[in-house]
Design a protein around this ligand. Structure first.
Ligand code: PLP
Ligand code: COI
Length: 354
Protein backbone atom coordinates (compact mmCIF):
# COMPACT_ATOMS: atom_id res chain seq x y z
CA UNK A 1 0.00 0.00 0.00
CA UNK A 2 1.37 3.37 -0.88
CA UNK A 3 -0.71 5.67 1.25
CA UNK A 4 -3.10 5.31 4.13
CA UNK A 5 -6.45 6.84 3.40
CA UNK A 6 -8.54 8.69 5.92
CA UNK A 7 -11.27 6.15 6.71
CA UNK A 8 -13.58 7.04 9.59
CA UNK A 9 -14.63 4.03 11.69
CA UNK A 10 -17.85 3.92 13.75
CA UNK A 11 -18.09 0.60 15.56
CA UNK A 12 -21.30 -1.15 16.45
CA UNK A 13 -22.08 -1.61 20.12
CA UNK A 14 -24.06 -4.80 19.46
CA UNK A 15 -22.11 -7.50 17.61
CA UNK A 16 -24.18 -10.30 16.05
CA UNK A 17 -21.21 -12.66 15.95
CA UNK A 18 -22.27 -14.80 18.92
CA UNK A 19 -25.76 -15.37 17.46
CA UNK A 20 -24.38 -16.45 14.08
CA UNK A 21 -24.50 -20.16 13.27
CA UNK A 22 -21.23 -20.84 11.45
CA UNK A 23 -22.39 -24.41 10.78
CA UNK A 24 -25.27 -23.17 8.68
CA UNK A 25 -24.17 -20.53 6.20
CA UNK A 26 -26.26 -20.44 3.04
CA UNK A 27 -24.51 -18.20 0.50
CA UNK A 28 -25.15 -14.49 0.80
CA UNK A 29 -27.58 -14.42 3.72
CA UNK A 30 -25.27 -13.59 6.62
CA UNK A 31 -23.56 -10.21 6.92
CA UNK A 32 -20.88 -9.13 9.35
CA UNK A 33 -21.19 -6.31 11.90
CA UNK A 34 -19.92 -3.51 9.66
CA UNK A 35 -19.96 -2.23 6.09
CA UNK A 36 -17.97 0.30 4.12
CA UNK A 37 -19.52 3.33 2.46
CA UNK A 38 -18.21 6.27 0.44
CA UNK A 39 -19.90 9.01 -1.56
CA UNK A 40 -19.06 10.46 -4.94
CA UNK A 41 -20.03 14.06 -5.54
CA UNK A 42 -18.45 17.12 -7.18
CA UNK A 43 -16.08 14.87 -9.08
CA UNK A 44 -14.46 13.16 -6.08
CA UNK A 45 -14.82 10.31 -3.61
CA UNK A 46 -15.45 11.48 -0.05
CA UNK A 47 -16.79 10.43 3.37
CA UNK A 48 -14.86 7.15 3.36
CA UNK A 49 -16.25 5.32 6.38
CA UNK A 50 -16.93 2.02 8.04
CA UNK A 51 -20.27 1.98 9.82
CA UNK A 52 -22.45 -0.68 11.47
CA UNK A 53 -24.14 -2.97 8.91
CA UNK A 54 -27.74 -1.97 8.38
CA UNK A 55 -30.32 -0.22 6.27
CA UNK A 56 -29.54 3.05 4.53
CA UNK A 57 -31.99 5.76 3.60
CA UNK A 58 -32.33 6.46 -0.12
CA UNK A 59 -34.64 8.50 -2.30
CA UNK A 60 -37.07 6.32 -4.30
CA UNK A 61 -36.07 8.38 -7.33
CA UNK A 62 -32.39 7.31 -7.42
CA UNK A 63 -31.40 6.52 -10.96
CA UNK A 64 -29.85 3.14 -10.03
CA UNK A 65 -33.37 1.86 -9.32
CA UNK A 66 -34.84 3.16 -12.55
CA UNK A 67 -32.08 2.86 -15.13
CA UNK A 68 -29.70 0.31 -13.67
CA UNK A 69 -26.53 2.32 -13.17
CA UNK A 70 -25.30 -0.29 -10.71
CA UNK A 71 -22.61 -2.96 -10.66
CA UNK A 72 -20.68 -5.10 -8.22
CA UNK A 73 -17.67 -7.30 -7.60
CA UNK A 74 -17.21 -10.55 -5.71
CA UNK A 75 -14.08 -11.81 -3.99
CA UNK A 76 -13.15 -13.81 -0.92
CA UNK A 77 -10.96 -13.70 2.19
CA UNK A 78 -9.57 -16.89 3.72
CA UNK A 79 -8.31 -17.78 7.19
CA UNK A 80 -5.02 -19.68 7.30
CA UNK A 81 -4.17 -22.28 9.94
CA UNK A 82 -1.91 -19.76 11.71
CA UNK A 83 -4.79 -17.23 11.92
CA UNK A 84 -3.54 -15.00 9.09
CA UNK A 85 -6.25 -13.63 6.79
CA UNK A 86 -5.66 -13.07 3.10
CA UNK A 87 -7.83 -11.83 0.23
CA UNK A 88 -7.39 -13.59 -3.12
CA UNK A 89 -6.19 -11.39 -6.00
CA UNK A 90 -8.11 -8.20 -5.10
CA UNK A 91 -5.99 -6.20 -7.55
CA UNK A 92 -7.72 -8.06 -10.42
CA UNK A 93 -11.15 -7.17 -9.05
CA UNK A 94 -10.09 -3.54 -8.65
CA UNK A 95 -9.27 -3.39 -12.36
CA UNK A 96 -12.52 -5.11 -13.37
CA UNK A 97 -14.46 -2.80 -11.03
CA UNK A 98 -13.31 0.15 -13.09
CA UNK A 99 -14.05 -1.58 -16.41
CA UNK A 100 -17.62 -2.00 -15.21
CA UNK A 101 -17.72 1.62 -14.04
CA UNK A 102 -16.56 2.91 -17.41
CA UNK A 103 -19.05 0.79 -19.35
CA UNK A 104 -21.92 2.10 -17.24
CA UNK A 105 -20.76 5.71 -17.51
CA UNK A 106 -20.00 5.81 -13.79
CA UNK A 107 -16.93 7.23 -12.01
CA UNK A 108 -13.90 5.01 -11.54
CA UNK A 109 -12.62 4.29 -8.05
CA UNK A 110 -8.91 4.66 -7.23
CA UNK A 111 -7.42 1.19 -6.67
CA UNK A 112 -6.20 2.33 -3.23
CA UNK A 113 -9.76 3.02 -2.11
CA UNK A 114 -10.91 -0.37 -3.41
CA UNK A 115 -8.09 -2.24 -1.65
CA UNK A 116 -8.11 -0.28 1.58
CA UNK A 117 -11.88 -0.31 1.96
CA UNK A 118 -11.71 -4.10 1.84
CA UNK A 119 -8.64 -4.36 4.08
CA UNK A 120 -10.08 -2.01 6.71
CA UNK A 121 -13.47 -3.71 6.79
CA UNK A 122 -12.12 -7.28 6.82
CA UNK A 123 -9.60 -6.36 9.51
CA UNK A 124 -12.28 -4.85 11.75
CA UNK A 125 -14.58 -7.87 11.29
CA UNK A 126 -11.79 -10.46 11.14
CA UNK A 127 -13.57 -12.72 13.64
CA UNK A 128 -16.25 -13.22 10.97
CA UNK A 129 -13.87 -15.08 8.64
CA UNK A 130 -14.81 -18.75 8.96
CA UNK A 131 -12.10 -21.31 9.63
CA UNK A 132 -13.94 -24.39 8.31
CA UNK A 133 -12.80 -26.10 5.09
CA UNK A 134 -14.57 -24.82 1.97
CA UNK A 135 -15.71 -21.72 3.85
CA UNK A 136 -14.58 -18.15 3.37
CA UNK A 137 -15.58 -14.56 3.87
CA UNK A 138 -17.39 -13.32 0.77
CA UNK A 139 -16.67 -9.68 -0.08
CA UNK A 140 -19.20 -7.73 -2.13
CA UNK A 141 -18.05 -4.26 -3.28
CA UNK A 142 -20.64 -2.37 -5.33
CA UNK A 143 -21.48 1.05 -6.73
CA UNK A 144 -24.77 2.66 -7.64
CA UNK A 145 -26.15 5.95 -8.89
CA UNK A 146 -27.86 8.16 -6.33
CA UNK A 147 -29.15 11.24 -8.16
CA UNK A 148 -32.88 11.55 -7.39
CA UNK A 149 -33.65 12.38 -11.02
CA UNK A 150 -35.77 10.58 -13.59
CA UNK A 151 -34.03 11.92 -16.68
CA UNK A 152 -32.14 9.23 -18.59
CA UNK A 153 -28.68 10.66 -18.11
CA UNK A 154 -25.66 9.60 -16.05
CA UNK A 155 -26.03 10.45 -12.38
CA UNK A 156 -23.68 13.01 -10.88
CA UNK A 157 -23.63 11.33 -7.45
CA UNK A 158 -22.89 7.72 -6.49
CA UNK A 159 -22.32 5.46 -3.52
CA UNK A 160 -19.56 2.87 -3.24
CA UNK A 161 -20.16 0.26 -0.59
CA UNK A 162 -18.69 -3.04 0.60
CA UNK A 163 -20.58 -5.77 2.43
CA UNK A 164 -18.90 -8.88 3.83
CA UNK A 165 -20.23 -12.13 5.23
CA UNK A 166 -19.16 -15.71 5.93
CA UNK A 167 -20.16 -18.27 3.29
CA UNK A 168 -20.08 -21.97 2.66
CA UNK A 169 -20.05 -23.62 -0.78
CA UNK A 170 -22.34 -22.03 -3.39
CA UNK A 171 -23.15 -25.34 -5.08
CA UNK A 172 -23.70 -28.47 -3.04
CA UNK A 173 -23.44 -31.03 -5.83
CA UNK A 174 -22.20 -31.53 -9.41
CA UNK A 175 -24.35 -29.60 -11.85
CA UNK A 176 -26.76 -30.74 -14.51
CA UNK A 177 -26.42 -27.94 -17.04
CA UNK A 178 -28.46 -27.04 -20.08
CA UNK A 179 -27.10 -25.34 -23.17
CA UNK A 180 -29.39 -22.34 -23.67
CA UNK A 181 -30.42 -21.76 -27.26
CA UNK A 182 -33.18 -19.18 -26.92
CA UNK A 183 -32.24 -16.55 -24.35
CA UNK A 184 -29.03 -14.54 -24.43
CA UNK A 185 -26.88 -13.23 -21.58
CA UNK A 186 -24.78 -10.79 -23.59
CA UNK A 187 -24.43 -9.54 -27.14
CA UNK A 188 -21.46 -8.02 -28.92
CA UNK A 189 -21.30 -4.33 -28.11
CA UNK A 190 -23.32 -4.95 -24.94
CA UNK A 191 -22.09 -5.12 -21.38
CA UNK A 192 -21.40 -8.82 -20.79
CA UNK A 193 -17.83 -8.07 -19.70
CA UNK A 194 -19.10 -5.76 -16.96
CA UNK A 195 -20.44 -7.00 -13.66
CA UNK A 196 -23.53 -4.90 -14.27
CA UNK A 197 -26.51 -5.60 -12.02
CA UNK A 198 -28.72 -5.74 -15.11
CA UNK A 199 -26.81 -8.71 -16.52
CA UNK A 200 -27.93 -10.73 -13.51
CA UNK A 201 -31.50 -9.42 -13.60
CA UNK A 202 -31.87 -10.54 -17.21
CA UNK A 203 -30.52 -14.00 -16.42
CA UNK A 204 -33.19 -14.80 -13.85
CA UNK A 205 -36.09 -15.78 -16.10
CA UNK A 206 -34.05 -18.17 -18.27
CA UNK A 207 -32.40 -19.58 -15.12
CA UNK A 208 -35.76 -20.14 -13.47
CA UNK A 209 -37.11 -21.89 -16.56
CA UNK A 210 -34.07 -24.16 -16.59
CA UNK A 211 -34.58 -24.96 -12.90
CA UNK A 212 -38.22 -25.81 -13.59
CA UNK A 213 -36.98 -28.26 -16.22
CA UNK A 214 -34.77 -29.88 -13.58
CA UNK A 215 -31.42 -28.28 -14.45
CA UNK A 216 -29.06 -26.56 -12.02
CA UNK A 217 -27.44 -24.03 -14.35
CA UNK A 218 -27.43 -22.72 -17.90
CA UNK A 219 -24.61 -22.63 -20.36
CA UNK A 220 -24.96 -19.35 -22.24
CA UNK A 221 -24.27 -19.31 -25.96
CA UNK A 222 -23.54 -16.49 -28.41
CA UNK A 223 -26.40 -14.12 -29.17
CA UNK A 224 -26.24 -14.46 -32.96
CA UNK A 225 -26.38 -18.19 -33.64
CA UNK A 226 -26.38 -19.95 -30.25
CA UNK A 227 -23.59 -22.12 -31.63
CA UNK A 228 -20.72 -21.07 -29.38
CA UNK A 229 -20.38 -21.52 -25.65
CA UNK A 230 -19.84 -18.37 -23.61
CA UNK A 231 -20.31 -18.82 -19.85
CA UNK A 232 -21.99 -21.03 -17.29
CA UNK A 233 -24.45 -19.22 -15.03
CA UNK A 234 -22.37 -16.84 -12.89
CA UNK A 235 -19.11 -18.62 -13.70
CA UNK A 236 -16.81 -19.16 -16.66
CA UNK A 237 -17.24 -22.47 -18.48
CA UNK A 238 -14.05 -24.53 -18.82
CA UNK A 239 -13.53 -27.90 -20.50
CA UNK A 240 -10.82 -30.51 -20.89
CA UNK A 241 -11.27 -31.77 -24.43
CA UNK A 242 -8.73 -34.12 -26.01
CA UNK A 243 -6.38 -33.31 -23.14
CA UNK A 244 -6.49 -29.54 -23.78
CA UNK A 245 -8.02 -26.93 -21.51
CA UNK A 246 -10.44 -24.91 -23.59
CA UNK A 247 -12.55 -21.92 -22.67
CA UNK A 248 -14.20 -19.01 -24.47
CA UNK A 249 -11.80 -16.16 -25.17
CA UNK A 250 -12.33 -13.09 -22.96
CA UNK A 251 -14.17 -10.59 -25.15
CA UNK A 252 -16.98 -8.11 -24.70
CA UNK A 253 -19.65 -10.75 -24.08
CA UNK A 254 -17.64 -12.59 -21.42
CA UNK A 255 -16.86 -11.70 -17.83
CA UNK A 256 -13.08 -12.03 -17.60
CA UNK A 257 -13.04 -14.16 -14.45
CA UNK A 258 -10.29 -14.09 -11.85
CA UNK A 259 -10.77 -17.80 -11.23
CA UNK A 260 -10.61 -18.47 -14.98
CA UNK A 261 -7.33 -16.56 -15.20
CA UNK A 262 -5.98 -18.47 -12.19
CA UNK A 263 -6.94 -21.87 -13.62
CA UNK A 264 -5.32 -20.97 -16.95
CA UNK A 265 -2.10 -19.92 -15.18
CA UNK A 266 -1.96 -23.20 -13.22
CA UNK A 267 -2.74 -25.34 -16.27
CA UNK A 268 0.07 -23.68 -18.24
CA UNK A 269 2.49 -24.32 -15.37
CA UNK A 270 1.48 -27.97 -15.42
CA UNK A 271 2.31 -28.18 -19.12
CA UNK A 272 -1.28 -28.44 -20.30
CA UNK A 273 -2.15 -26.80 -23.63
CA UNK A 274 -4.63 -23.98 -23.08
CA UNK A 275 -6.87 -22.68 -25.84
CA UNK A 276 -8.81 -19.45 -25.30
CA UNK A 277 -10.97 -19.37 -28.40
CA UNK A 278 -14.46 -19.84 -29.77
CA UNK A 279 -15.79 -23.07 -28.24
CA UNK A 280 -18.49 -24.62 -30.37
CA UNK A 281 -21.50 -26.36 -28.89
CA UNK A 282 -20.96 -29.07 -31.52
CA UNK A 283 -17.47 -30.00 -30.32
CA UNK A 284 -18.53 -30.09 -26.67
CA UNK A 285 -21.58 -32.25 -27.40
CA UNK A 286 -19.49 -34.51 -29.63
CA UNK A 287 -16.82 -34.79 -26.89
CA UNK A 288 -19.50 -35.65 -24.35
CA UNK A 289 -20.74 -38.40 -26.68
CA UNK A 290 -17.39 -39.93 -27.59
CA UNK A 291 -15.71 -39.57 -24.17
CA UNK A 292 -13.07 -37.04 -25.28
CA UNK A 293 -14.61 -34.45 -22.99
CA UNK A 294 -12.93 -35.64 -19.82
CA UNK A 295 -13.68 -32.64 -17.62
CA UNK A 296 -16.12 -29.73 -17.53
CA UNK A 297 -16.60 -27.21 -14.77
CA UNK A 298 -17.66 -23.70 -13.91
CA UNK A 299 -14.96 -21.40 -12.50
CA UNK A 300 -15.89 -18.47 -10.30
CA UNK A 301 -15.41 -16.88 -6.92
CA UNK A 302 -18.72 -18.02 -5.48
CA UNK A 303 -18.84 -21.19 -7.61
CA UNK A 304 -15.16 -22.07 -6.99
CA UNK A 305 -14.50 -25.06 -9.25
CA UNK A 306 -18.01 -26.45 -9.83
CA UNK A 307 -18.03 -29.79 -11.66
CA UNK A 308 -20.56 -30.43 -14.40
CA UNK A 309 -22.36 -33.77 -14.03
CA UNK A 310 -24.23 -33.65 -17.33
CA UNK A 311 -24.76 -31.41 -20.33
CA UNK A 312 -28.15 -31.19 -22.02
CA UNK A 313 -28.66 -30.00 -25.55
CA UNK A 314 -31.77 -30.07 -27.68
CA UNK A 315 -33.55 -32.44 -25.33
CA UNK A 316 -30.67 -34.94 -24.97
CA UNK A 317 -28.75 -35.23 -21.70
CA UNK A 318 -25.13 -36.38 -21.86
CA UNK A 319 -23.59 -37.60 -18.61
CA UNK A 320 -19.86 -37.08 -18.13
CA UNK A 321 -17.47 -39.18 -16.01
CA UNK A 322 -17.87 -39.30 -12.23
CA UNK A 323 -16.61 -35.88 -11.01
CA UNK A 324 -14.69 -37.54 -8.14
CA UNK A 325 -12.49 -39.36 -10.63
CA UNK A 326 -11.59 -36.32 -12.75
CA UNK A 327 -7.89 -35.63 -12.52
CA UNK A 328 -7.73 -32.04 -13.77
CA UNK A 329 -10.56 -30.29 -11.93
CA UNK A 330 -9.77 -32.08 -8.67
CA UNK A 331 -6.12 -31.05 -8.93
CA UNK A 332 -7.14 -27.45 -9.69
CA UNK A 333 -9.58 -27.40 -6.77
CA UNK A 334 -7.03 -28.81 -4.32
CA UNK A 335 -4.20 -26.57 -5.54
CA UNK A 336 -6.34 -23.46 -5.39
CA UNK A 337 -7.50 -24.35 -1.91
CA UNK A 338 -3.96 -24.97 -0.72
CA UNK A 339 -2.85 -21.58 -2.03
CA UNK A 340 -5.85 -19.65 -0.70
CA UNK A 341 -5.71 -21.18 2.78
CA UNK A 342 -1.93 -20.75 2.95
CA UNK A 343 -1.06 -24.46 3.00
CA UNK A 344 1.56 -24.06 0.25
CA UNK A 345 3.84 -21.12 -0.55
CA UNK A 346 2.09 -18.37 -2.51
CA UNK A 347 4.65 -18.25 -5.32
CA UNK A 348 2.39 -16.15 -7.54
CA UNK A 349 1.74 -13.43 -4.96
CA UNK A 350 -1.99 -13.98 -5.25
CA UNK A 351 -2.73 -13.60 -1.54
CA UNK A 352 -3.14 -10.08 -0.18
CA UNK A 353 -2.49 -10.01 3.58
CA UNK A 354 -5.02 -8.15 5.71
N1 PLP B 1 -18.97 -15.03 -15.19
C1 PLP B 1 -19.98 -14.43 -14.54
C2 PLP B 1 -21.17 -14.01 -15.31
C3 PLP B 1 -19.89 -14.21 -13.16
O1 PLP B 1 -20.88 -13.62 -12.48
C4 PLP B 1 -18.73 -14.64 -12.48
C5 PLP B 1 -18.61 -14.43 -11.02
O2 PLP B 1 -18.03 -13.51 -10.57
C6 PLP B 1 -17.69 -15.24 -13.21
C7 PLP B 1 -17.85 -15.42 -14.57
C8 PLP B 1 -16.43 -15.67 -12.56
O3 PLP B 1 -15.59 -14.57 -12.23
P1 PLP B 1 -14.62 -14.62 -11.01
O4 PLP B 1 -13.78 -15.84 -11.14
O5 PLP B 1 -13.83 -13.36 -11.11
O6 PLP B 1 -15.45 -14.65 -9.77
C1 COI C 1 -19.16 -14.23 -7.66
O1 COI C 1 -18.67 -15.33 -7.91
O2 COI C 1 -18.63 -13.40 -6.91
C2 COI C 1 -20.40 -13.84 -8.26
O3 COI C 1 -20.53 -12.70 -8.57
C3 COI C 1 -21.48 -14.78 -8.38
C4 COI C 1 -22.66 -14.19 -7.72
C5 COI C 1 -23.54 -13.50 -8.68
C6 COI C 1 -23.31 -15.06 -6.75
Amino acid sequence: MTETLDIKISRTTASRLQQTDFDNLPFGKTFSDHMFVADYADGEWKNLSVIPYGEIGLSPAISALHYGQAFFEGLKAYKHADGKITVFRPDKNAIRFNKSAERLCMPTLPEEIFLQSIATLVDLDRDWVPSKPNHALYIRPFMFATDPYLGVTPSSTYKYMVLIGPVGPYFSKPLRVKIETHYTRAAEGGMGYAKAAGNYGSSMLPARKATEEGFDQLIWTDAKEHKFIEEMGAANAMFLLDGKLITAEAKDTILDGVTRDTVIALAKEWGITVEERKVSVAEIVEGAKNGKLTDAFGAGTAATIAPVASISYEGQEYFLSDPKTREFSNKVFDTLDAIKYGNVPDTHNWNYLV
